[in-house]
Structure formats: C-alpha cells, structure tokens
Design a binder for this molecule. Structure first.
Ligand code: ARG
Length: 399
C-alpha cells in the first residue's frame, strides 16, 4: 500500500486460536485483503496445551509476528469470579465461551495499540454470537474491523482445500466433525450430527467427563468461599485457577456438569449446544446454596433479577455497557457476607449440596428447631390471623 508516495506496510492484528478458521484467515488477510503483515495474538484462557502448541506451530509458519498471552489468572479473577458472584447462567449455559471473548478481544486490541496497528481481525462466522462479542470490543477503538470468514462467505469444502494448499493440515474428518471451544470454565461441542437436536450425543464428544455411573462411589468435596468467591478446597487454601482445574478433574470423574440444550443465540437463531463444565456446576451450585444461608429473603429475591441481567450482558459480550459495571458493584456489595463453606456430594453426574455453614448465617437453629422453647409460638398467632386477609374479605363479598 502506498500513502503519500511513500511505501507503507499495511498490518493487521488477528485474534488467533490456532484452529482451522483463524489459521485460514492468515493467508486470506494477505491474499484477499492485501495486508503485508499479519500479527497473530493467541490468548491462553486455559485451553489444552496441545491447542496452544498447535497454534504456535502454525503461526510460526504462517504469520509475520506472533504473540502468546497467558491470561489465565486474569480470566479467573476478572471474568469467572464475577460470574460466580452472579450465579452466571444463560438459559442454563454457564457462559464459558461467552465470558472469555471480550478478554481475548481486548488482548488483541492491546497488541494493536502497542504496535500502532489500525486493523483488527477475527475468524468468526456470521451465524454465531462470537462476532458480536469481538466487535463490541474492537469497534470501541478507531481500528478497521475485518471478519474474513463472514465477509467472504466461504464454504467448508473450499476452506479445507485452501488450508491444505497453504500447508495447514486439516484433522477434522467426516466422522468426527465437532467444533470445540475450550477454556478453563467449559468445553463446548457443536456441529456435525449434533446439529440435529433429536440426535443423542455420542459419548465420544465428551473430553472432560466420564459417563455418569451409579457404580462409582460418591465423593464429598468442601468448597470454602470468601466474599462470594471460592478460596479453598477441602480446607486447603487455593488460588482460583488451581481450584477450578482440580474441580474439573474431580467432578469429571463423576460425570458432573454435562449440558445438552437448545440455546437462543443473540441473532435469534436457535442452536443445539453441548457443554461440559464440572467445576462450574459444582461451584455455582455451592455458591447459590451459601447465598441462601446468608442473604436475606429480599436480597435473594432482588438478586435473581441482577443475576439474570448480568448473565444476559455477559452472553451478548456487552461487558463495556455501563450497566455491567453497575451490576458488578451491586454484586460485590451483596457478596461481602457470602463467607463460609459448602459440602458438595458428587455422585453419578450430580453435584448436590449436603451441608453448609457460615459465620454470617441468617439462620437460627435455636429459633427454628422443633425442640426449642426460645420462640414463643403464641406470638405467631396474631400474625397468622392477618395472613391472607384480603382474600378472605373478597370471599365474604361472594367472589
Ligand atoms: N453457544 C455458545 C456461545 O455462544 C458456545 C459457542 C462455542 N463455539 C464452538 N465452536 N463450539 O457462547
């Protein structure tokens, strides 16, 4: 590209996973868009080492400059901890892919700013949510946004041929054509025969969870919480990252945390989605249980609405909407008393709370107990007389 008669190299930063789509984007950005230099940014949010290594190898061959950013701790502290406080769930989906996208996008933006590059690209198609999540972050800069997969509307067959021509080996076979997105919070499996929502997922799609079996003895784990986030496992203090990794392994042994659902994408398309997320299932169930011990009835009732609004923004990737920060402020405030621990029993695909305790419990065994005299039951009589009062008045009027 020539500007003012001077040779100027045109460069683009690509949010890069190392998978087929983003790998194919590298030569496409040169050949179809005329960029001289493609800079790839691979963000580690806890995907398998082998994915990162494959990405590095491919980038070495294809890209002009390559960055790998270990964002695992930041992902846990700034994305997953707020998610736990919000009991994050969209239609039953624990938001693993969704919550990672804005962070990945912001790392690509950081590199573009550092390198003075004015073009940002992602490899998302025009069918899913990820394009929206990336672009909500990308378009807040004054960079040009390029989405080769969406813009060129390439057929899968063409893409595979093109990849092979450029020396990208294509391991996706006809029998196992799953599209997988993985990070420390969840593993999502889409595509192939799973696109028929009536088709039962074969066991082979699962990578983290064993087949739930009643033959395997149950196991109890104790999760300690401080200010609404997990801080210990079985009494041992632990960093969030390690705790989640451990719980994924333990829960996976018991087949905990499989989801098979039809999900409403932002665009309105319904999609069949399969997920596995043992740690997320255990931690979200434990957290909610502890909240019920320590928060007031009115707090719990109101918080359901906050959780829902938070989850929807997270699903849509709108973490820069000011409402997101407002909701997080409420969540932080509400979680100051969410301290204590919950015992979770893992058995045959289930994670069930079987015990909870907290120094902040709004629970009085003394008051509620069948065996206690502390509460004068007579005092409740007046209250009971007025309970349902208006309905009785109406009944008397013959309604
Ligand atoms: N439906 C989920 C979401 O929008 C997950 C998408 C994961 N992508 C994949 N290629 N498996 O967040």
């Amino acid at each position: 590209m020539y500007v003012d008669g001077e040779a100027k190299v045109s460069e683009v930063v690509l949010a890069y996973s190392g998978g087929l789509d983003t790998s194919v984007c590298i030569p496409l950005l040169r050949e179809r868009y005329g960029f001289d230099k493609v800079v790839t940014v691979l963000v580690d949010v806890g995907q398998p080492r082998s994915d990162i290594e494959r990405g590095n190898l491919r980038a070495e061959k294809l890209a002009d400059e390559h960055y790998v950013i270990d964002a695992r701790k930041e992902f846990v502290d700034t994305c997953l901890f707020p998610l736990i406080k919000a009991n994050g769930s969209y239609e039953g989906y624990v938001l693993g892919t969704a919550i990672a996208r804005p962070l990945i996008a912001s790392k690509a933006v950081e590199i573009a700013l550092k390198r003075g590059i004015k073009n940002l690209a992602h490899g998302c198609t025009g069918r899913g949510n990820d394009q929206l999540r990336f672009e909500a972050i990308f378009r807040a800069t004054d960079c040009r946004v390029i989405a080769p997969m969406r813009e060129l509307d390439l057929a899968r067959e063409w893409e595979i041929d093109y990849a092979r021509e450029h020396g990208i080996e294509v391991p996706v076979t006809k029998e196992r054509p799953w599209s997988i997105d993985e990070n420390i919070w969840s593993r999502s499996i889409e595509g192939g025969k799973l696109e028929d929502p009536y088709f039962e997922p074969p066991e082979e799609i699962y990578g983290w969870t064993k087949t739930p079996s009643s033959g395997r003895p149950s196991q109890v784990v104790e999760i300690g919480f401080a200010n609404g986030v997990p801080v210990s496992l079985d009494g041992v203090k632990m960093e969030g990252l390690e705790l989640i990794e451990k719980l994924n392994l333990i829960g996976g042994e018991h087949g905990v945390g499989r989801t098979d659902m039809v999900e409403d994408r932002v665009l309105g398309l319904k999609a069949r989605e399969n997920y596995e997320h043992p740690a997320a299932t255990i931690l979200l169930a434990a957290h909610k249980d502890l909240e019920h011990l320590v928060l007031s009835r009115s707090e719990l009732k109101f918080k359901v609405m906050v959780d829902e609004a938070w989850s929807e923004l997270a699903y849509m990737g709108l973490v820069e909407d000011p409402l997101y920060a407002d909701l997080n402020a409420f969540l932080d405030q509400s979680q100051r008393r969410v301290n204590g621990s919950v015992r979770m029993k893992l058995y045959c695909g289930n994670a069930i709370s079987v015990g909870r305790r907290s120094p902040n419990a709004l629970y009085s065994q003394d008051m509620v107990s069948f065996d206690s005299q502390t509460l004068s039951q007579k005092d409740a009589e007046g209250f009971a007389k007025y309970h349902g009062f208006q309905a009785r008045l109406l009944k008397r009027l013959g309604h």
